[in-house]
Design a protein around this ligand. Structure first.
Ligand code: GLP
Length: 243
């Protein structure tokens, strides 16, 4: 794991955007794995600015997102499809038909997961997978578990995740209890993984991810075994980590 310690969220966002832009410039038809949440918003803003300056062209890329709430459609402003359109896809020149997010409106979980696996297989190996870190160590929506799931699956969200994500919803009752997520196996097969972590509230779990035992109880800890994992974290997030 290569860890870049940065001062704050602004610097984190710039650095992450630079790495993603470098990937796209080096391989214009690359497959980007993308993430939602508060962590990547600044990264997307920086990528949009680079696009507007004429420094990056997203017309050749394919994107696959990590996850989606079960039951939310694209018009729901809490769906991850809506988030991606708002923060990134509608602001750059990626062809919308090559942007992929699990289908939250498919009520049949087995079908939703099989369909997304098919999309992932068609897209091919992810060149760079962007990841945030959940407070319980989840990546995508791979919650702590007894095993590491390989491919796309439906998960029951942990209470801590519902609590963390309720800030975006009108009320806690509105937070979906289930989600479809890319599996750990797919994430681990990405050529590069880029984890961005900001804030003191992530300090404990970031230390467990980097220095703790590799265990499905802290799903992100598996990234210790990834051959090309890059972590960009700010001083607050790294305040409990010995490097
Ligand atoms: C969410 C998402 C993850 C995200 C993580 C951290 O629940 N499913 O993909 O990376 O939790 O979110 P945030 O960046 O808002 O802290």
């Amino acid at each position: 794991m290569r860890v870049y310690k940065v001062k704050d969220y602004q610097e984190l966002s710039r650095k992450a955007a630079n790495l993603i832009a470098a990937q796209v410039i080096m391989k214009p038809d690359c497959v980007l794995g993308l993430a939602t949440g508060s962590s990547p918003i600044g990264t997307y803003d920086n990528l949009v600015a680079m696009y507007e300056n004429g420094d990056v062209d997203f017309s050749g890329i394919t994107t696959v997102n990590l996850d989606e709430y079960k039951g939310l459609d694209a018009s729901n402003d809490q769906s991850y499809r809506y988030f991606m359109n708002e923060h990134f896809f509608n602001r750059v020149n990626v062809p919308m038909e090559r942007t992929h997010v699990p289908n939250g409106t498919e009520p049949d979980s087995a079908k939703a997961c099989a369909d997304y696996n098919e999309i992932l297989h068609q897209a091919g190996t992810v060149d760079l997978q962007l990841l945030g870190l959940g407070h319980d160590g989840h990546i995508g929506f791979n919650e702590p578990s007894d095993t590491f799931a390989d491919e796309t699956h439906c998960v029951d969200l942990e209470e801590i995740t519902i609590q963390a994500n309720k800030r975006f919803f009108a009320s806690e009752a509105d937070v979906p209890r289930q989600a479809y997520t890319m599996g750990i196996g797919t994430i681990m097969r990405a050529k590069t993984v880029l984890v961005i972590v900001s804030g003191a509230d992530k300090a404990k779990i970031l230390n467990q991810m980097i220095n703790g035992p590799v265990t499905p109880r802290v799903p992100a800890s598996i990234l210790q075994f990834h051959p090309n994992a890059i972590i960009i974290a700010d001083e607050a997030a790294l305040s409990e980590t010995e490097l």
